[in-house]
Design a protein around this ligand. Structure first.
Ligand code: 9MR
Length: 373
């Protein structure tokens, strides 16, 4: 009789667990933490959106501090958000992020001080150098000053290069001239002498653009200004991760005395509308069904290929664990990724290690395995 009740009890519990929405959370509790697995190699980071900073989204509440030891604000530290008007700063969200990171002992990378995109409206149409300079100096001093001593690092300048390695014709170049980059690093260094200072961009592993970065770095160093590292964003395709170029870049940056980071990693599985692998958010394309092949689920074969691609990348990065200091994913799970809406709005992409209900994908396990080998 007792045995019978035990069996019934067991069946009820197992059934309840499998239907309970918290199932995914209990599954996460037994996952190997990426941050522990790669503890001796590099920081493992993620970008956080505002829902996550406020811990409003129950799905990742436990997962994020369990898996990651570094965070980057996906948006809340960008100029348009933090500095909406002359003399008006909105620090609330960024402050929350700092509190969140302190609570979970995570390192914060500030993203980003000088970027042509996501500029506040009052700056976008400025033509005269004096006004732009006033904004530029005030912005860097105020934002860096606020988090002085608490923030680990800053993406001082973001995406200042064209694909051919020349300087992007941004508002900063046009009004302030090419020294604006050296000046940005100089100001940031002065405002928080202990923060690490980085240049961050996409496609800079590609030879032409990489040459542009190297020229920039040499200029900064020749001016006696400090730069600590280069962030290769890492928005790649699952079937075309440029391993050789990444390796060459790590070596080249390291020979300039710099650390390398992969700062916005995601491996898109959807067809791209263009030949080149861009991440310029101002370039978009039109929706059509062929461009959204897996609206319901990622086919297992594709998930397996993606897992292999992630593994090959991590194997390479582990080889350079002395030179590579951080790997940050651009988001926690597939549902949250910017790639669902760029370059075509409303697609279903699957670029990260966790799926839409925050369960680990093949890619998660293949990444973990690279350290065990
Ligand atoms: O992921 C970010 C997305 O939510 C924003 O709408 C967009 C514009 O601010 O920026 C995205 O993040 C970008 C990052 O800041 C810089 N590199 C390219 C990233 C993807 O566009």
């Amino acid at each position: 009789m007792r045995a019978k009740y035990s069996i019934i009890f067991f069946v009820v519990v197992v059934t309840a667990i499998s239907f309970y929405p918290g199932k995914r959370i209990s599954a996460q509790q037994i996952l190997p933490p990426l941050k522990e697995v790669f503890k001796k190699d590099f920081l493992i980071g993620t970008a956080l959106n505002s829902m996550q900073i406020y811990e409003k989204d129950a799905g990742p509440v436990k997962l994020i501090p369990q898996q990651f030891n570094a965070v980057t604000a996906e948006n809340v530290m960008k100029a348009a958000e933090i500095h909406p008007q002359w003399n008006v700063y909105q620090f609330e969200m960024a402050d929350k992020l700092m509190d969140y990171a302190a609570r979970y002992r995570m390192k914060v990378n500030g993203h980003t001080l000088v970027w042509h995109s996501q500029l506040p409206v009052f700056v976008q149409h400025m033509k005269d150098a004096d006004s732009v300079m006033r904004f530029f100096v005030d912005h860097i001093n105020t934002v860096v000053g606020r988090y002085k001593g608490r923030i680990y690092s800053w993406d001082v300048v973001n995406e200042a290069l064209e694909e051919d390695g020349t300087l992007r014709r941004s508002i900063f170049l046009e009004t302030l001239g090419e020294d604006y980059i050296v000046n940005a690093f100089r100001l940031a260094q002065k405002a928080d002498p202990k923060a690490k200072l980085y240049y961050n961009d996409y496609n800079i592993e590609q030879p032409l653009k990489r040459a542009g970065v190297i020229a920039l770095v040499k200029k900064i160093q020749a001016a006696g200004v400090r730069i600590d590292g280069i962030g290769i964003q890492g928005h790649w395709r699952y079937d075309a991760v440029p391993l050789q170029y990444i390796e060459e870049s790590i070596r080249a940056f390291s020979s300039l005395g710099l650390e390398t980071m992969i700062t916005e990693l995601d491996l898109s599985v959807l067809p791209g509308p263009w030949e080149s692998n861009e991440a310029d958010i101002n370039k978009t394309a039109r929706w059509n069904e062929r461009m959204n092949p897996w609206p319901d689920a990622l086919p297992d074969t594709v998930a397996q290929i993606q897992a292999k691609a992630y593994a090959s990348l991590f194997i390479l990065l582990l080889k350079y664990n002395q030179q590579v200091s951080r790997i940050t994913f651009w988001g926690v799970n597939d549902g949250q990724s910017w790639l669902n809406d760029w370059p075509i709005k409303g697609r279903t992409n699957y670029p990260l290690l966790f799926d839409r209900i925050f369960l680990p994908k093949h890619a998660f396990y293949s990444v973990i395995e690279t350290r065990r080998k």
